[in-house]
Ligand binder design. Sequence first.
Ligand SMILES: Nc1ncnc2c1ncn2[C@@H]1O[C@H](COP(=O)(O)OP(=O)(O)OP(=O)(O)O)[C@@H](O)[C@H]1O
Length: 327
Amino acid sequence: MSEESNAGEDDKSPSTLAAAGTSRRFTLAEVQLATDNFTDGVVIGQGGFGKVYKGFMVVDGKSVEVAIKRLNPRSRQGAREFLTEIEMLSRFRHRYLVSLIGYCDEPDEMILVYDYMPRGTLADHLHKSGKNLREPLPWSRRLWICICAARGLDYLHTGTSVQPDRAIHRDVKSSNILLDDNWDAKISDFGLSRLGPEDQAYSHVSTEIKGTFGYVDPEYSLTRRLTRKSDVYAFGVVMLEALCRRPAVDLSADEEQLVLAGWLEDCITEGRVEQIIDPNLREEIKPECLTEFVQIANQCLHYRSKKRPTMSVSSLHWHCKTERILQ
Ligand SMILES: Nc1ncnc2c1ncn2[C@@H]1O[C@H](COP(=O)(O)OP(=O)(O)OP(=O)(O)O)[C@@H](O)[C@H]1O
């Protein structure tokens, strides 16, 4: 058990944190060149900590398309998340985690440079409305995106023989799942992540409550004991978002449908699960697949963390089912 926080401590500099990995340090001039001096015309997103720009940068002699996150001028919280992101993404590299190419750390500037993900976030595809409304994703694609995210989280939770570190993401949500050209999903936004705990699935770290409303594990919010199973809970919410095409919390909905996880529970109890499915999927999704999917989501959302599956169980399970379903 350990206390807040392991990354972002004052004696750690970005270059020390990045040293374990392959992230490189960029100068502000390089970033300014890539973004046309942070012109609004190349802004592709806005998060809680600042704007994200699209640009090109020279990496290993090649020009690559990048997403550049410029954090708002130094705040204590922002600085901590900046360092944590560098530490985590320098340590953890995986096909289903977003790649950090590098960073820029200069007076009054904290900038992160990532691989550009051309298809945006899962949340964009599920929840954008009005003129930003997207074509509904087919069921097989939603399933594949969930599988990629599950595998990325499994790697983060368990490490590998080559890379034995483990971590808890702590902010799993559909807007932190990015999509590449092939619709492979990559987990992003590691600013709240925690290294450890070292041993079995339910060992915990004690920490103040962080995360996003609608995704936070209820047991963690009661006890402040953060476990890998808190990520599993949030992943269960993402599964429901993919199935229902509704946000985790929908303030415009009736009280029954306000919180997605609560709505599922009611529908299961009352035997009317079909009602929660995105109408675009009704013809597409096979009944046995719906049953499996809802069962796994429901297990992930169990109010007792010990009863939730580990990501490895769910991703393996997923894999087997999908091979059958997609045939
Ligand atoms: N690597 C990337 N490639 C393409 N677009 C990206 C990338 N990273 C971020 N974006 C875009 O920028 C937006 C803002 O991302 P950011 O991670 O800053 O915020 P967020 O996760 O949406 O919000 P918050 O950090 O406040 O929870 C994303 O929604 C996405 O559209």
